[in-house]
Design a protein around this ligand. Structure first.
Ligand code: NAD
Ligand code: UDP
Length: 333
């Protein structure tokens, strides 16, 4: 049966893929976004399709939706370290006040609520891989604290609404996800490496590049989120691909896949940069019957192809990110 779904942050990378999948299967979508780190261009192809509405809204102000709502997917928040360090207060506000408003909407409409939380709640983990039972190792006063603590607060608030107001809530802890529609200047490793490799520029690996991430293609993640939206599990549930890779190996892989001649250069490692990260996805498999299906190499190839197509359309003709500025921001100065 068709549902009416509110997606906050729906014009962002993940949000736009969620909106697209929902519209494709016949649901109605109200996409709320203030375009802080996302763009209307991400959902341009959905404009005019039956059941899709884009509303420019800052969810920290107020959320007002006329009519029934079945599901609220709360994805509004800067997500890349460069973005949230550029917007530290907006990040804390959307994680706290924005989550409060999104929960209030779900309560008012008796809707299912799903919070996009993050593997960053585990900080620089001392347990590997990370199960949901691990409390994490987060520095609240380090530069990443603005994001990590906003998400930890959002998780606590979500459970308070579940226990106090009986809202049907779920929390997903999303691990590093990549794919088409990532901004080439968002500063995350994969879009940075692809953009640099395609431009023949040096590929910037932080530190010695031995730090790891586990990377999931966006299509798999969207399937997991929608499975969570349709379950009544409270979570938190880890969603991510356990395929773990060192950043230096990832840089070499992307250079190889793009056929680039780019050299690798080493830049300073950001403060509190997690050293290892890998989801334990046992719970997602057991509760949602979910596991990633797209091979990482296949996902990277599809992402590179999308970046190439954007370049052909000159869609990226924006001033390139100044790497010095990025390093400075990542140091939290
Ligand atoms: P993104 O920056 O592309 O998308 C976030 C969207 O939220 C943007 O469109 C932005 O404009 C919007 N937004 C920010 N503040 C807002 C506000 N106050 N009101 C309305 N809209 C607002 O990032 P993303 O990678 O798509 O991440 C989406 C969500 O998933 C975030 O909550 C993020 O924390 C979470 N997440 C993402 C990843 C990942 O690997 N991509 C990993 C863990 C968690
Ligand atoms: N990183 C890198 N070069 C870059 C951007 C990031 O080596 O140009 C490193 C970063 O220091 C981290 C890893 O890649 O160790 C993943 O960073 P990203 O910003 O993609 O994700 P997050 O740190 O939020 O997991």
């Amino acid at each position: 049966m068709s549902q009416r779904v509110v997606v906050t942050g729906g014009a962002g990378f993940l949000g736009s893929h969620l909106c697209e999948r929902l519209i494709d299967r016949g649901d109605h979508v109200v996409c709320l976004d203030n375009f802080l780190t996302g763009s209307a261009a991400n959902v341009e192809h959905l404009q005019g399709r039956s059941g899709f509405r884009l509303v420019r809204t800052d969810v920290t102000d107020y959320i007002h939706i006329v009519g029934d709502v079945d599901v609220v997917l709360h994805f509004a928040s800067p997500a890349s370290p460069v973005d949230y360090l550029r917007h530290p207060i907006a990040t804390l506000k959307v994680g706290s006040i924005g989550t409060l408003h999104a929960l209030g909407l779900a309560k008012d409409k008796s809707a299912r609520f799903v919070l996009a939380s993050t593997s960053e709640v585990y900080g620089d983990p001392e347990v590997h891989p990370q199960p949901e039972s691990y409390w994490g190792h987060v520095n609240p006063v380090g530069p990443r604290g603005v994001y990590d603590e906003a998400k930890r607060f959002a998780e606590a608030l979500t459970l308070a609404y579940r226990h106090t107001h009986g809202v049907d809530t779920g929390i997903v802890r999303i691990f590093n996800t990549f794919g088409p529609r990532m901004r080439p200047d968002d500063g995350r490793a994969i879009p940075n490496f692809i953009r640099q490799a395609l431009a023949g520029e040096p590929v910037t690996v932080a530190g010695d590049g031995k730090q790891t991430r586990s990377i999931c293609f966006v299509d798999d993640l969207v399937t997991g989120i929608l499975a969570m939206a349709h379950s009544d599990h409270s979570g938190p549930i880890n969603l991510g691909n356990p395929h773990e890779i060192a950043m230096l190996d990832l840089a070499r892989w992307i250079i190889d896949l793009t056929g680039s001649q780019s050299p690798i250069v080493h830049i300073e490692r950001p403060v509190d940069d997690p050293t290892i990260r890998q989801p334990d996805t046992t719970l997602a498999e057991a509760v949602l019957g979910w596991q990633p299906e797209v091979e990482v190499g296949e996902g990277l190839t599809r992402t590179i192809e999308w970046f190439r197509a954007q370049e052909r359309r000159h869609a990226f003709d924006v001033p390139p990110l100044d790497p010095q500025a990025t390093e400075h921001i990542l140091r939290g100065e």
